[in-house]
Design a protein around this ligand. Sequence first.
Ligand SMILES: *Cc1c(COP(=O)(O)O)cnc(C)c1O
Length: 499
Amino acid sequence: MSNSASNFHESRISERLEQAFSAEEFRKNGHAVVDMLADYLDLAQNGKRPQTFPGQCPEDSAKQWQDFAPTETTLEMFQKVLDDSVAVHDRRFMGHQINPPLPISSLSGLVADVLNNGMGVYEMGMPGNSMELAIAKMLGDRFGMPKSAGGFFTSGGSLGNLTAMLAARSCKSHPCNEPTQSKFAVMVSDQAHYCVERSVHIMGWGAEGIIKVPTDDQFRMRTDALGGLLAEAKSRGIQVVAVVGSVCSTSTGSYDDLESIGKFCQQNDLWFHVDAAHGGAAIFSKKYRSLLDGTKLADSIVLDFHKVLLSPAIATAVVFANSSDAYRTFSHKAEYLWANQDEEWYMLSKRTFECTKSMMALKVYSTLANDGIELLDDYVTLVHDLAKSFAAIIDQSDDFELAIQPESNILCFRYVSSENADYEPLGNDSVESGNRLNAELRQAVIDDGTFYIVQTNLRGKNYLRCTITNPFTTAETFESLLVQMRMLVVEKASSQSDG
Ligand SMILES: *Cc1c(COP(=O)(O)O)cnc(C)c1O
């Protein structure tokens, strides 16, 4: 027998590899994993897990996961992941801007992961490509954009905003005769998500490339300042290319006035981008969609489905008023992917940063197909209503105060009682001591782990911050958070006087 023949003989699938692909094993493990996750959902949604936030320091966590050959079974390993992760399905989860995904949407993630179609070209994800088109069209319609609107999905709001900014640059920058002399900039509120500034830096526009528009007492962009800032930029030789409206802002959930920004952009031939990563969800709520009035004037809009629209991360739509503009973001030749440079909606990688991408639209499509758009209305309306009722609870208590009345499902408040004045930070009403107290209080809450909340700093003052995304959270849940915080202050005060 020749050498090559024996080599051929040896290049057969190993038993181990074949076993790892066993459909029967998958069936068995799959049922067990689904059972485990269903138990988790049942406990979490009914507030029966001991903790929402299983705090662990980075060193301990790193040590626990450094060993790739754990002694436990794979199922036990999955259970450990579950136990050591934040339970976003727990009604006491009120932290960062991420929603508990709908179970049907999580299952569609599994379907997409098993199929593993790469999505970059039509042939590698036909259903997924078509779903992206359908959802982008539906969004364009809801946002009141023209018939020419269209778009696609990408990996997160940050990448979506960069994608839109690149298109804006390509469509609106008019480099003068000496391109190296051209300076470009984007105007955005000083409360915008940091990723807008990051996009500007990635585009190489430097610190001058971002013009921060001041905000009013509700943390909304002061649109009356736009004209002056534009003239000032011009006088410094900077060409403003776009204005970005934030709906809503990250810290306080404040909605910029999109109508005013849109009109300003029309009058001054500027690209109008709407960062609706979080607040775009309101478009599905009959009660709250007027917060988004003005989206019809946008050139581009970014919307995360994993923040307040019940999808698992990551599922972000980028919608352009003129879907052709999307092809201006990137123009590269890649003979191995595309036969031509034409605008082909079904060749996604012509417009997306990603080449390979997961079939993320399925996570949204499955919700719409299974539950219909009314479910999103129920949900978005509920979490906005909840934030308002929690604000009313704060308003009625003497020892906490609100930053602002919430417009969205984000609530910022701080502890301000002067009781327990033995406790040093409280005996002193300087801004620093109030800040220290609220920072310590937030730390004490997450050290305990029953609840999960976050914090922010607004104009020099520390606030406790909740994003209400869990539909099982109730006024009682929120009341018990306040009760716990009052107890933590008393504990701190007494441990200080003991010590
Ligand atoms: C969350 C958020 C982003 C970033 O989106 P990711 O999906 O986390 O990348 C951008 N802008 C706003 C307004 C946001 O709320």
